[in-house]
Write a protein of this length. Structure first.
Length: 179
C-alpha cells in the first residue's frame, strides 16, 4: 500500500496498515498503543481509538471527583470528557482559509522581543503530528531564533505529559525557558 500511495498514507490508513498482519490497529492520540481491529478482513475501517477510548471512563471519573470532592463544585448536568456537540459548535474563526495561527505568532514575536515560546509534542501523536509544527516553526523569520522559539518532542502521544519522565522533562524545559 505504501508503494502504491508513494508513501503518502493519511493517519487513518497508517493506523490500520502499520500492524495489519497482526490484526491490530494503532491509536490516533498515541500510535505506540495498539488494539485489535474488530473487522480485520473488512475493506473499510471502523474501529475505536485504543489510545483514547479506554481512558474516557477513568478520566471522566477523576474529573467528576475533582470537581465535586476537591473543589466542592456541583455543576448542573453531566460531564462529558469528549463532547461532540461542543466540538461541532466550536467557532474556528472567520475569513481565514485554511485556518492557521502562524500569522498571529509572527506578529506577537515581532512586537515583543522578550517573548519566548515552547512547543511540546508527543512523538507518537497522530492527532497533531509534531512534524507539522516543526515545518511551520522552521519557516519563521530570523527574529524567532532557537533561543526564543523551541520545539521539544517527547516519547508518548497527544498527552505525552501523562508519562512521568516526559512530564518532568517538559517542566524542566518550561522552567529553563522562564529563567
Amino acid at each position: 500500500m505504501s508503494r502504491r500511495l508513494a508513501g503518502r498514507l493519511d493517519a487513518s490508513e497508517f493506523r490500520r496498515e502499520f500492524d495489519r498482519s497482526s490484526g491490530k490497529v494503532r491509536g490516533r492520540f498515541d500510535a505506540s498503543v495498539s488494539g485489535f481491529d474488530p473487522d480485520p478482513d473488512s475493506s473499510t475501517s471502523h474501529f475505536s481509538d485504543p489510545s483514547g477510548d479506554p481512558l474516557i471512563a477513568p478520566l471522566t471519573t477523576a474529573m467528576v471527583d475533582l470537581t465535586t470532592r476537591t473543589l466542592n463544585w456541583r455543576p448542573d448536568g453531566s460531564y462529558h470528557l469528549l463532547n461532540s456537540a461542543v466540538e461541532r459548535a466550536w467557532d474556528f474563526g472567520r475569513g481565514l482559509n485554511p485556518l492557521e495561527s502562524t500569522s498571529q505568532l509572527r506578529q506577537i514575536l515581532s512586537l515583543d522581543p522578550k517573548l519566548k515560546l515552547l512547543v511540546g509534542h508527543g512523538l507518537f501523536d497522530l492527532a497533531t503530528p509534531y512534524f507539522g509544527s516543526k515545518i511551520l516553526l522552521d519557516q519563521l523569520p530570523a527574529y524567532a531564533s532557537p533561543d526564543r522559539v523551541k520545539l521539544v518532542v517527547y516519547p508518548g502521544g497527544h498527552m505525552f505529559y501523562s508519562r512521568d519522565a516526559a512530564r518532568q522533562d517538559f517542566r524542566s524545559e518550561a522552567e529553563a525557558l522562564m529563567k
